[in-house]
Design a protein around this ligand. Structure first.
Ligand code: ADP
Length: 919
């Protein structure tokens, strides 16, 4: 009832918006004749005119109507496609920072060009975001002639692009790329030590294609840049043997050691299981006699155990992952797509590797991470397009502040969506699926069979083979090859079996994609030009007949072999038929053995089934059942929304911190002169130290002057005779001591600057600051990870984990800042500068001290700390780097590094654990 009212309001708002947009469409249409009369040069000159008008103070909105009209006319000339009126509406929706819901085949790639052209006129860059490299390259290549004609440049970010080319691609007016690449570049940009190594510009405007895939389906896995951490690989192997000794509970409170909560995707140890596990681990020597798994010291053990249990009971081969070249590759459960390079976090990936007996990779330490939600919220303006946003409109609105506008189709939809057919068993279901396919094949009607997993695709394929039906199977493994196959999925009698996402983004033309076939003939070197001509002419003649035949047979038929957890994914599958007013149909086949029905709708559905008691192989179609299934889908959607919100809520804490750190880092990076900042930090830390040992407003008896002197000497290499000062002048107070100490620090510092030169010192200061921030931030991230993983244990102690997390994260962050300043101050104050001729001798003398010393003549110092250091740090994450950090090479360069100092390669490890070990 309530949702109905809301729908009505929502619907009417949609109508109101469309009405407004239509007014602009009329204005754009009115300009068409005039623009058609212009020659190419005059049309192209419009771009410069628009830019000038923007420079003169007009806004993008002021020029929207004209710019859209120009873009449409240019597209007509260059691409042979004239934007339909509804496409103009889509373009305005994008420009307004909303989501355009337009059905498959409505031409969203072309829609984007309008908003992209208009916004690119600002010169601040526009990003077009796609779900894979293939689509990024394809869409950029298709639309580039249009943009170039209009005087705009286009860049594409692909995974294997080098930094220099990346910078160029981002420098273009329009940049195409995938969500992963954009996100990773942002993170990497915040790890550089030279601002000129950054590849991105400001994040101005993004158009996200398939926005639901990117902002919703992929939102549960954050982007992580990681390096290897010290990790106990053996522990995964040993722990892998434990689940076999534990007994799975049949029911939630039944006998046994652990309960597998399939809905929540969690494993829970029972009281008995807990004791049992402790016994086993004690026998294995992993746990001390009488020690508890829940004690703080054993969090890591518990963590490994849970990972092993989850790996064994919840993660299944060929469903959740596949094994490729000895590696575990995650399968996106929503889309069936392989997520190469992504790893499950929290040790789960290693646990699965142990289970499958493949090489276990070391657990990775997070160097930087961000969720897609928080990445895309960084854009000044964000917009998106998809065929299926409506069911998630609330989430788009509440998380991204993105409104969804449903745009009518260019031509009326002809597709027939048949009721679900529900069978008692999976076997009966698949029999019916094959029967339906065979009938289509008999009529020459093309059919696309959607499955939710690679496993099911293979099952359907086997059944089709047995039935002697020729078909193609797509598993979203090779985007390009699959796109070519899908493009021909509309040919007479074509049978295509695909996981949800396979070949997505590629249009299915009834009668087959003529252009692809012609391209193939052109590319065939074995054919003479005449043969080619003849072949193409033959194809063209044949195509119309084939197209008509498919139209007469009912167009493309879609078969769903399972309802997905999310209605949106079902709609995507259905949407592949009936493009641009084509005929088409769809039907879903279900069974009571499907996970969705098993988990959520079983009881009542089974009762209904028994009442209806169909015979073997007979399906039931009942509106009550359909409603129940949709109710189950809604429940899962709600739960998934909660999970994404949870990820986001935890990331929000890190996000605020990340913003502060990145901001500070950026200031240091871009500031020519950080000496003021350095000075402030020195003063602050010295003052803090004085306050610690001689708190203000306390009596002299309470002061700890010798301790203060000692600490100054140890941490800052500062020899201050405070006791002497006090003896000479017994009225000195806390403030006076601070002033004298700071004066001494600054005096000594000035002498050092004198020695090496201001410029070299500035480079040194910057590098010290960046390196300290990066190292400490990295450690902080690891600590935060650890905190998050352990925080759910707090709920045992009746505490709200999220609150606890926030509280502790905040405290940790305050410590982090303090630590960073402390560290910077001590490195800067303690730095020693010597003449080069003394180096050899000094090396020997100073080696045992705990202070990092830098010996150098001025020119060397600049080279060392300015240029070469920068390179080292940017390469820090490449363990195979070639730079020489051996003790000899460093000493020759005039640097002495103690074993406990941070390694100069920037790995964040101590020298002795890194390059010091090697030498
Ligand atoms: P969507 O992404 O919305 O499913 P596509 O961008 O793949 O749709 O476009 C579907 C097909 O329609 C493409 O072959 C495209 O070239 C064609 N198309 C789009 N807009 C037009 C237009 N205005 N005129 C002619 N063809 C168009």
């Amino acid at each position: 009832m309530l949702t109905n009212i809301a729908k009505k309001i929502f619907g009417s708002r949609n109508d109101r918006l469309l009405k407004q947009y239509r007014k602009s469409v009329a204005k754009i249409n009115a300009l068409e004749e005039g623009l058609q009369a212009l020659d190419d040069a005059a049309l192209q000159a419009k771009t410069a005119e628009f830019k000038q008008r923007l420079a003169d103070g007009q806004t993008l909105d002021d020029i929207l109507v004209e710019a859209f009209a120009v873009c449409r006319e240019a597209s007509r000339r260059v691409l042979g496609m004239r934007h339909f009126d509804v496409q103009l509406i889509g373009g305005m929706v994008l420009h307004n920072g909303k989501i355009a819901e337009m059905r498959t085949g409505e031409g969203k790639t072309l829609v984007a060009t309008l908003a992209v052209y208009l916004n690119a006129l600002s010169g601040k860059g526009v990003h077009v975001v796609t779900v894979n490299d293939y689509l990024a390259a394809r869409d950029a290549a298709t639309m580039q002639p249009l943009y170039n004609f209009l005087g705009l440049t286009v860049g594409v970010i692909l995974a294997d692009l080098q930094p220099f080319d990346r910078q160029n691609a981002y420098g273009a007016d329009i940049t195409y790329g995938t969500n992963n690449e954009f996100g990773f570049d942002y993170l990497r940009d915040n790890m550089v030590t030279d601002q000129y190594d950054k590849v991105q510009r400001e994040l101005n405007f993004a158009v996200v294609d398939e926005v639901d895939s990117i902002l919703i389906d992929e939102a549960r896995t954050p982007l992580i840049i990681s390096g290897q951490a010290d990790d106990n690989i053996q522990l995964y192997q040993v722990m892998n043997t434990v689940p076999a000794h534990l007994v799975r509970q049949e029911t939630e409170d039944g006998e046994g050691d652990y309960w597998v909560d399939e809905k929540a995707h969690q494993v829970i140890l029972s009281e008995a299981g807990h004791e049992h596990a402790e016994q086993i681990l004690t026998q294995m020597g992993l746990l001390q006699e009488n020690d508890s798994l829940y004690s703080a010291a054993n969090i890591s053990l518990m963590h490994h155990l849970m990972a092993a249990l989850r790996a064994h009971s919840l993660f299944h081969k060929d469903q959740h992952y596949v094994i490729q070249d000895g590696e575990i590759v995650i399968v996106d459960e929503f889309t069936g797509r392989l997520m190469a390079g992504r790893r499950w976090s929290e040790g789960l990936h290693q646990a699965v590797e142990a289970k499958e007996g493949v090489d276990i990779k070391r657990e990775n330490q997070t160097l930087a991470s961000i969720t897609f939600q928080n990445y895309f919220r960084l854009y000044t303006k964000l917009s998106g397009m998809t065929g299926t946003a409506d069911t998630e409109a609330f989430e788009f609105q509440s998380i991204y502040n993105l409104e969804t506008v449903i745009i009518p189709t260019n031509r009326p939809v002809q597709r027939k969506d048949f009721n679900d057919q529900i069978f008692r068993s999976a076997e009966e279901k698949f029999e019916a699926v094959v029967k339906d396919i065979a009938e289509c094949y008999g009529r020459g009607q093309p059919v696309l069979v959607g499955t939710t997993s690679i496993e099911n695709s293979e099952l359907v394929s086997r059944l089709l083979q047995q039935a002697g039906l020729p078909h193609n199977v797509l598993n979203a493994k090779e985007h390009e090859r699959e796109a070519l196959i899908v493009a021909q999925a509309g040919k007479v009698g074509a049978i295509t079996v695909a996981t949800n996402m396979a070949g997505r983004g590629t249009d299915i033309v009834l009668g087959g994609n003529l252009k692809h076939q012609i391209d193939a003939i052109h590319a065939d070197a074995a054919l003479s030009d005449e043969d080619k001509q003849a072949k193409i002419a033959g194809l063209e003649n044949g195509w119309q007949a084939e197209h008509d035949q498919v139209m007469a047979a009912g167009g493309l038929h879609i078969i769903g072999t399972e309802r997905h957890e999310s209605r949106r994914i079902d709609n995507q599958l259905r949407g592949r038929a009936g493009r641009q007013g084509d005929p088409g149909s769809s039907r879903f086949y279900l069974s009571f053995e499907d996970p969705l029905l098993r988990l959520f709708a079983l009881d009542r559905a089974a009762a209904i089934l028994n009442r209806l008691a169909p015979e073997r192989g007979v399906a039931i179609e009942h509106s009550l059942l359909t409603r129940q299934i949709e109710g189950a889908q809604r429940k899962v959607e709600g739960r998934n929304f909660d999970m994404r919100k949870q990820v986001l809520e935890y990331d929000d804490v890190a996000n605020d911190q990340r913003k502060v750190i990145y901001h500070q880092r950026n200031e240091i990076l871009t500031n020519q002169d950080v000496s003021d900042l350095a000075k402030n930090i020195r003063e602050e830390i010295i003052s803090d130290l004085v306050d610690l040992h001689m708190p203000p407003d306390t009596m002299e008896e309470q002061w700890e002057i010798p301790a203060l002197e000692q600490q100054l000497a140890a941490e800052f290499r500062l020899a201050a005779d405070i006791q002497g000062w006090l003896k000479a002048e017994n009225t000195l107070d806390n403030q006076d001591i601070k002033e004298r100490l700071i004066a001494q620090v600054e005096q000594e510092y000035a002498e050092k600057v004198e020695l090496v030169g201001k410029h070299a010192m500035a480079g040194f200061e910057r590098n010290v600051m960046l390196q300290v921030i990066d190292n400490q931030w990295r450690e902080h991230l690891a600590a935060m990870d650890y905190l998050r993983q352990g925080i759910h244990l707090r709920s045992y102690a009746q505490k709200n984990p999220k609150q606890e997390y926030k509280r502790e994260a905040f405290a940790m962050f305050e410590n982090l800042w303090q630590g960073i300043k402390q560290n910077i101050a001590s490195l800067l104050i303690a730095v020693q500068i010597e003449r080069n001729e003394n180096v050899a001798q000094e090396t020997a003398e100073h080696a045992p001290t705990d202070i990092q010393t830098v010996h150098s003549q001025a020119p060397d110092m600049e080279e060392l700390l300015g240029n070469s250091k920068t390179d080292l740090v940017t390469e820090a994450f490449d363990p195979n780097q070639t730079a020489d950090y051996s003790a000899d090479a460093l000493a020759a360069a005039g640097i002495v590094i103690h074993r406990n100092d941070p390694c100069p390669c920037g790995s964040g490890l101590k020298y002795k654990q890194c390059h010091g070990k090697l030498s």
